[in-house]
Design a protein around this ligand. Sequence first.
Ligand code: CAP
Ligand code: MG
Length: 419
Amino acid sequence: MLEYIDEQYQPKDEVIAEYYVEPNGITLEEACEHLAAESSIGTWTDVSTMNQEIATSLKPHVYSIDKERGIVKIAYCTDLFELGNVPCILSSIAGNIYGMKIVRNLRLLDIHFPKKVVQSFPGPAFGIEGIRKLTRIPKRPLVGTIVKPKVGLTSTQHAKVAYDAWMGGLDIVKDDENLTDQPFNRFSDRIRETLKMRDLAEKETGEKKIYMPNITAESMEMLKRAKYVKEYGGEYIMVDILTAGWAGVQTVRQYNEGQVIHAHRAMHGALTRNPKHGMSMLTIAKLARLVGCDQLHVGTGVGKMEGSPTVVKEIAGELEADVVGDHHTVLAQEWYGLKPALAVSSGGLHPGHVPPLLHNMGYDIVAQFGGGCHGHPDGTTAGAKAIRQAVDAVMEGKSLSDYANSHMELQKALAKWGE
Ligand code: CAP
Ligand code: MG
């Protein structure tokens, strides 16, 4: 077998993968040898077809092994990967190795991408600046809702709920991740009717209103749906990036005709939830920015979904910064001019969560409230008003309870869900 461990090795402009490794019946060093081989040029035994040229030019180097924490870093030269191809990168460094008997647990904590790889991807077409320009909201966090029930409403009912939410002051209405083109709510009808209501809400409020339709489907169908949305004046599309798959998302970005891409992360928990196995949400977020998602769900830190405020903030930082420094288990990363994407906090949020949410995440976020809007005792419009009031209170430096004295909708929301 080739030897991959070289702790004196200084990585150059290479892809670096950082893993948590729990070996199964062998030493950590032995596990590292197998992982490096299987994720690049090797297999379980020596093969007669290997030659010195391959070994010299393509062999990765395990250059850092933290035995106490079980954290290892492997440097891979860029020629091991096809540029601009996420499936290729993942099939290598996050592929077969998960299934090997020699590891009990294996987690990809982060990937560092060198300039050549970063610049082989398009990144977001709009980014934070583009979104702020489009929405005409220079500073305030964007606020939105998800039409609820998740599925079941007809297209006409859906459009009416959206209208009510916009009229209450929300900027954004989005489809839920499992609503696509069902018999009770056809995609084409929903788009036409909801965008018509958006136009009406814009006319009546004088504010810019956004609809994010879920176009998730087979790749060519997604392109058709994006085109249809565009024909009816929709500036946004939403994709369930993990269930659709990276190739599908890359296709959508490649043929994007000037629409903002909102990325929902449904199913990420299957990969990210076990802290010892799978891959980190940070890794998924990096890939999402590379392939060109403008907005991505990152968690809330305070709502119904798993994820501490610190980790959620760290993920948002990776989406939004130009340069990320080496810290904790996060690797240094320069984004070489790729636009920053906007973090989305969603899942179990209600107006009472707004102060801790904004305190942790800052104002460059989309905050989405599904149940926390339509569950308001007085309905969707009142729920939307309560959300806007909570954001206004924070931006004016007032406590929610003070603000609620003169804002009935917020008062009723706090009475139902607390502060
Ligand atoms: C929010 C949501 C989102 C979750 C997913 C839902 O609704 O639409 O899908 O936020 O979680 O259906 O749960 P609620 P995450 O506001 O009613 O919870 O953003 O963490 O991926
Ligand atoms: Mg949802």
